[in-house]
Design a protein around this ligand. Structure first.
Ligand SMILES: Cc1cc2nc3c(=O)[nH]c(=O)nc-3n(C[C@H](O)[C@H](O)[C@H](O)COP(=O)(O)OP(=O)(O)OC[C@H]3O[C@@H](n4cnc5c(N)ncnc54)[C@H](O)[C@@H]3O)c2cc1C
Length: 335
């Protein structure tokens, strides 16, 4: 059996590992033109926090993706691999001066070990005059560590990499029993999918080992400590393809984060980075049969469009994608 996975971000690598587990004798190849530090996944803070806008085909499926993903990351966190894979536990607050609803999260409230209303005293834990707040304990996966860890695990199980851009699903797909499309924003061109839109993000990574808690405020403000440093964010710019650092965005991010925790003014800047979130109103995890030029059917399973929540949810959608691969193969064996 030969499987081809397009994409070496967190979604592609996670799908590859789960496919290798399900089909230990199959040859799994990852086809990608960008790796590790050149992927969107590498930019992410990696906090496990699907936004209320993370939507799958049904509420039940969305919930299952998020629950399966949480269990996947939490099993790594509990294992001796946790520091190698970059998975840890993290607590934090989400505050708002505008509305209580912004501090709630339907996908997380029943899932996380702790998700509760913040007390009056806790609303004063950082500056901002917060009126509403929640406290939660969640997970964090730092892709700076996870992508190399997953790469090494994939190789150790016989996985192969094919470097370069895939121009057409049908031309490339013909070489594989099933092709799994985890190309993130690349799917816009590859699948002519106009529903997929970049949502530009910019973050400042700083060295501030004294920050041990995550803090979210209004206007997409966040302070998220990780393994290497603390991620300060952010912006969400719909349909922007600009991959350059914008100094005005950087200034706004600093002002908002320093306004919450003034000690961050003393932090050394490690780097400032931009990433384009692959946003789709519904994450696309579904099979498709395509016909190539010779009339042969190419089996594809899509797994893309995770927007700002791909690190969080990759293991859940990947598990679902592997189930779809099994269904596609069993349907074709009955023909
Ligand atoms: C500033 C910022 C902060 C974020 N913070 C978080 C967070 O805290 N938590 C969270 O869960 N998510 C976060 N995200 C979102 C997360 O980064 C994305 O959802 C996730 O990285 C998407 O992963 P992916 O594997 O689909 O895409 P990518 O990481 O972009 O990987 C796509 C892969 O496909 C390959 N590819 C594409 N097209 C082709 C082609 N035609 N041929 C060959 N290869 C191709 C690319 O080379 C690449 O290897 C954040 C994003 C940004 C920008």
């Amino acid at each position: 059996m030969q499987f081809g996975i397009i994409g070496a971000g967190v979604v592609g690598l996670n799908t590859a590992l789960q496919l290798q587990e399900e089909y230990p004798n199959a040859q799994v190849s990852i086809l990608a033109d960008q790796y590790v530090e050149n992927t969107t996944s590498y930019v992410a803070a990696g906090i496990f926090r699907p936004g209320n806008g993370f939507v799958g085909p049904t509420k039940e499926i969305t919930k299952k993706w998020v629950t399966d993903a949480y269990n996947y990351w939490d099993n790594i966190r509990k294992s001796s691999d946790a520091p190698l894979a970059g998975v840890t536990q993290l607590s934090g607050y989400i505050f708002s001066t505008k509305s209580a609803a912004m501090t709630r999260n339907a996908l997380l409230e029943d899932l996380l070990p702790v998700y509760r209303k913040a007390t009056e005293e806790e609303l004063d834990l950082c500056l901002g005059g917060w009126k509403y707040g929640s406290f939660f304990t969640t997970l964090l996966t730092e892709c700076r560590l996870y992508l190399p860890y997953a790469t090494q695990k994939f190789r150790a199980s016989g996985g192969k990499f094919v470097e370069g851009k895939v121009e057409s699903l049908t031309k490339t797909g013909g070489k594989y029993d099933v092709i799994i499309n985890c190309s993130g924003l690349g799917a816009r061109e590859l699948c002519k999918d106009d529903h997929l839109v970049p949502v530009r993000g910019q973050v400042v990574k700083v060295k501030a080992p004294w920050i041990k808690m995550a803090f979210y405020g209004d206007y997409d403000t966040y302070i998220i400590p990780g393994f290497e440093g603390v991620t300060l964010g952010g912006v969400r710019q719909y349909d922007s393809w600009n991959t350059s650092v914008c100094k005005y965005d950087g200034m706004a991010i600093r002002e908002r984060c320093f306004g919450m925790l003034p000690s961050l003014k003393k932090a050394e800047v490690l780097r400032e980075v931009v990433g384009l979130r692959p946003h789709r109103s519904t994450v696309r995890v579904e099979p498709e049969l395509l016909e190539d030029v010779s009339g042969r059917m190419v089996k594809v399973v899509h797994n893309y469009g995770h927007s700002g929540y791909g690190v969080t949810t990759a293991p859940g959608t990947s598990k679902y994608a592997v189930e779809l691969v099994k269904q596609v193969l069993s349907a074709s064996s009955k023909l």
